[in-house]
Design a protein around this ligand. Structure first.
Ligand code: UFG
Length: 340
């Protein structure tokens, strides 16, 4: 029988790419999103790429009664919960916005899954839970550090809510995927990242600078204790990341989980510096980027990248797309958005 997956936040960046990969793998998908940080273009992109009129429900997952109707209407047994706010700086300035939205929506998911006897949940977690790790690369066993933002705290708290819920309620299976730095866009350039306002993340800032929307990229710090002085991150292609969700869902659907709650790092295993990324972008896309070195950004960790052995071995998943191809896709998407 065909399995249906509810993708909350499926109009957004990672959610839309995951909806496409789920459909490619033979799942039916229902997208639920309140479009608070996205618009219908993500859903339309998914429909165009797959040729399927994917159902979309405009719903706020914090609105329990409205969200319950989605459970009443659709027979999904699995959920991927993306719907959350994700701007680190904003979460420090307005923590209650983050605690309210990110925690309440997730608690609603768990409660409704219990009420309607739905079984499998993938939670969007983040490498942010590791903070400044004592040892690199980080494995899933690397101790979490106290969160330095409300955003990071909601990721840790939701992981704990999921762990405790799975331990207590036998009907539930959960997987938390800890994303490293998702970048790039679908090869069709029909879906990608659509930041509102000034981009907070590196790659959207790079592509907007290349497109002439921003004047100059600031590289936040060149005096870190790293080979070239800039921070190191593990940049994971968004399509590869999307595929990790598909195997996570399939693992639970097929009853292959080793324990009912599991955690996997989703990265490439490579630490790449800001300078390397910028130069790679210039080389692959054959352009020059206007950039300057600026002071360090408060709160940045110096370096983090993933040990991906567990995902490689247990999920049979591995990042496949090269960084060059990913950086080319990011630029192709920006050009599509700008009509260049
Ligand atoms: N950077 C710049 N200039 C910019 C933007 C970023 O130099 O204009 C640098 C940052 O200082 C950092 C690197 O590029 O060294 C990556 O920064 P991003 O903002 O793209 O990503 P982060 O690693 O800070 O953040 C990501 C996710 C968050 C998550 C965080 C911690 O976007 O959701 O990792 O795991 F919380």
């Amino acid at each position: 029988m065909k399995q249906t997956v509810l993708v909350s936040g499926g109009a957004g960046y990672i959610g839309s790419h995951t909806a496409v990969e789920l459909i490619n793998a033979g799942f039916d998908v229902v997208i639920a999103d309140n479009l608070s940080n996205s618009d219908m273009s993500g859903v339309e992109g998914v429909r165009k790429i797959t040729g399927i009129d994917v159902p979309f429900v405009n719903v706020d997952c914090c609105d329990t009664e409205a969200f319950r109707k989605v459970f009443e209407q659709y027979e999904f047994d699995s959920i991927i919960h993306f719907a959350a706010f994700k701007a680190v700086g904003e979460s420090v300035a307005d923590p209650m916005k983050y605690y309210h939205n990110n925690l309440l929506s997730f608690m609603n998911v768990i409660n409704l899954m219990r009420e309607f006897n739905r079984h499998n949940i993938v939670f969007s977690s983040s490498a942010t839970v590791y903070g400044e790790a004592d040892q690199l690369p980080v494995t899933e066993q690397t101790p979490r550090k106290p969160a330095t933002s409300a955003y990071g705290n909601t990721k840790q708290m939701c992981e704990d809510i999921l762990r405790d819920s799975v331990n207590a309620y036998e009907s539930l299976n959960g997987i938390a995927l800890r994303y490293f730095n998702p970048i790039g866009a679908h090869p069709s350039a029909l879906i990608g990242e659509l930041p509102r306002g000034v981009p907070q993340n590196l790659v959207p800032f790079i592509t907007q600078t290349a497109a002439g929307v921003r004047e100059c990229l600031s590289i936040f710090g060149d005096d870190y204790p790293t080979p070239d002085g800039s921070c190191l991150r593990d940049y994971i292609d968004v399509v590869d990341l999307a595929k990790a969700h598909v195997v996570a869902i399939a693992r639970m659907v097929d009853g292959k989980s080793k324990t009912r709650y599991e955690i996997f790092n989703v990265g490439t295993g490579n630490g790449v510096s800001v300078f390397e990324l910028v130069r790679g972008f210039e080389r692959v896309n054959d352009l020059k980027l206007n950039y300057k070195v600026a002071p360090r950004r408060p709160g940045d960790v110096v370096a983090i990248w993933a040990d991906t052995s567990l995902a490689n071995e247990e999920l049979g998943w591995k990042a496949e797309r090269s960084l060059d191809d990913t950086l080319a896709s990011a630029w192709a998407w920006e050009k599509h958005v700008r009509g260049l």
